[in-house]
Ligand binder design. Structure first.
Ligand SMILES: Cc1cc2nc3c(=O)[nH]c(=O)nc-3n(C[C@H](O)[C@H](O)[C@H](O)COP(=O)(O)OP(=O)(O)OC[C@H]3O[C@@H](n4cnc5c(N)ncnc54)[C@H](O)[C@@H]3O)c2cc1C
Length: 484
């Protein structure tokens, strides 16, 4: 029976590709995993092991009840994840985090995949679009996809860019913004396409506040560029906020922090000296993006400096800013909810290249792509999990939950003078803001009234429990031939 099933090809034996190959094989479908190392190197990998961790050895928090990445771990465990199984087996002491022995972890993933009867590992670069006879392919080649394959994907998708600097601006949880200081208004109350005229949240600054903020930006510690990042120039349109501040104390006040067309209703309609604008970042309205605030400040420094902004004193960050080279698709436009390229559905994508960020998130999308491809191979196509699960919320982020920036805020590219669409879609880690809101429970398990900060924890726990219940229902209907 097995011999008659055509294999699925997975390109890239990183976090996503290894997980995808495992899921396919566990479903009973033969899989050929193509990994270019050691034949062809990348700028960051150092070994020929599968699922090599290129930087930190942490999978972050393992607390499924109170932390979104912990929840993702738990969902993946329940779905029979190879990456989580190998991580748990090679766990190191790290408080509430799941940190792993990177060599033991990678060796374990390599051992389990090489020992699986349905897995073939083929070493070598796929240097262009896969041959036409490969009718089901998962591309999981990551942020450092080889240039030849990148060029072929770029041509097939008709996009203008695939590898570029992520100009990542911080994203803030809506509930942590102080609306007694900030207010909603678009510049000149302009409604624009699909807008209401009150689409931005504005945080006002007076002159002393602005001057103190510029001083803090200039003094803050910044991260250094990696050698291979330093050789890639960045566009003026996505300069880090602190680089703009270095160009002159008023550069920001005439740039992203300009106060024109805005009147502060909390101060009788007065025009502020400078303004920080936030734009809704997801369809749920739970996340807000700091417009023009891409930054290379160290993460701790970002929290400290950005909380100086009036209205953001208690801000909780769903994502901190950064600027690094990456390769990712404009997935909301190019992929369907099955993670297939709309223009060529035999090609599925998984991992960082789809616009998720992080080891665990990349493996999570690999898990789903593997399951979806295997189900399709059996002629029993299935849906991705619901958006109330951490797994489903990631699919939602990359295939539809994201709001496209309007023309006014997308800077034109230096080369073409046209707006660069993918700039508005940015990779993201899992966070609770990607899940649909849930009502805060009024009382705890002992029947006591939940007050103050405990409300946030209670809400997270409620969202986590809902996620695991909904995942169980999805797994029950979607397991197919899986042996988990
Ligand atoms: C320098 C750097 C540091 C990072 N640090 C962290 C961190 O500390 N924590 C974190 O959570 N995330 C980090 N990330 C982000 C990201 O989550 C990881 O890169 C993660 O490994 C992505 O998983 P992936 O499977 O999509 O890609 P990868 O794990 O990179 O796997 C892709 C694989 O595809 C192979 N490949 C590429 N092109 C081809 C081809 N044409 N043919 C065959 N094989 C090919 C590569 O050799 C590689 O093995 C970092 C990224 C980079 C670039």
């Amino acid at each position: 029976m097995i011999e008659t099933i055509k294999p699925i090809h997975v390109i890239g034996g990183g976090l996503a590709g290894s997980e995808a190959a495992w899921q396919i094989a566990q479903a009973g479908v033969p899989v050929i995993l193509h990994e270019m190392r050691p034949v062809q190197a990348t700028a960051a990998h150092k070994t020929d092991g599968l699922a090599e961790l290129v930087c930190s050895n942490s999978f972050r928090s393992d607390d499924w009840e109170n932390n979104a990445v912990g929840l993702l771990h738990e969902e993946m465990r329940r779905a029979g994840s190879l990456i989580l199984a190998a991580g748990d087996q090679h766990k190191l002491p790290a408080g509430g985090a799941l940190a792993v022995d990177r060599d033991g972890f990678s060796a374990e993933v390599t051992r389990r995949l090489s020992g699986h009867p349905l897995v073939t590992i083929a070493r070598g670069e796929i240097a262009g679009l896969p041959p036409a006879e490969w009718d089901s392919v998962i591309v999981a080649t990551g942020p450092l996809t080889s240039p030849a394959l990148s060029a072929a994907i770029l041509e097939r998708t008709g996009e203008t860019a695939l590898s570029f600097f992520d100009a990542i601006a911080p994203v803030i949880h809506a509930e942590s913004i102080d609306l007694s200081i900030a207010w909603k208004q678009s510049r000149y109350d302009k409604a624009g396409p699909g807008g209401t005229g009150a689409d931005y949240l504005n945080c006002p600054m007076n002159k002393p506040e602005y001057e103190a903020f510029i001083d803090a930006l200039l003094a803050a510690e910044k991260t250094a560029f990696k050698e291979w990042e330093a050789s890639t120039p960045y566009f003026d349109g996505c300069l880090p906020v602190e680089v703009m501040a270095e160009r002159g104390r008023d550069t920001l006040r005439f740039g992203p922090m300009k106060p024109v067309g805005l009147a502060n209703p909390h101060k009788g309609g007065e025009r502020p000296y400078a303004v920080v604008q936030l734009r809704q970042d997801n369809a749920l309205g739970t996340l807000w993006n700091m417009v023009g605030f891409q930054t290379k400040m160290r993460h701790g420094e970002q929290v400290r400096v950005l909380r100086m902004i009036p209205g953001l004193g208690q801000a909780e960050f769903a994502r901190l800013g950064g600027l690094h080279r990456n390769t990712f698709l404009n997935s909301p436009r190019l992929l369907d909810r099955q993670l297939r390229l709309k223009a060529e559905p035999r090609l599925r994508f998984a991992g960082q290249i789809t616009g998720v960020e992080g080891y665990v998130e990349s493996a999570a999308i690999g898990l789903l792509a593997g399951r979806l491809a295997a189900a399709e191979r059996f002629g029993r196509p299935m849906e991705a999990p619901p958006a109330t699960t951490a797994l489903g919320s990631l699919v939602n982020h990359i295939t539809g939950g994201h709001i496209v920036a309007d023309e006014e805020t997308v800077e034109p590219s230096e080369e073409s003078g046209k707006s660069r669409g993918p700039q508005s879609f940015q990779p993201m880690n899992i966070n609770y803001g990607l899940l649909p809101p849930i009502e805060t429970p009024l009382v705890d398990e002992q029947g006591r009234k939940i007050k103050g900060k405990d409300k946030t924890f209670a809400r997270k726990r409620a969202a986590s429990r809902r996620a695991l219940a909904d995942l169980a229902a999805w797994l029950a209907t979607a397991t197919g031939g899986h042996t988990t």
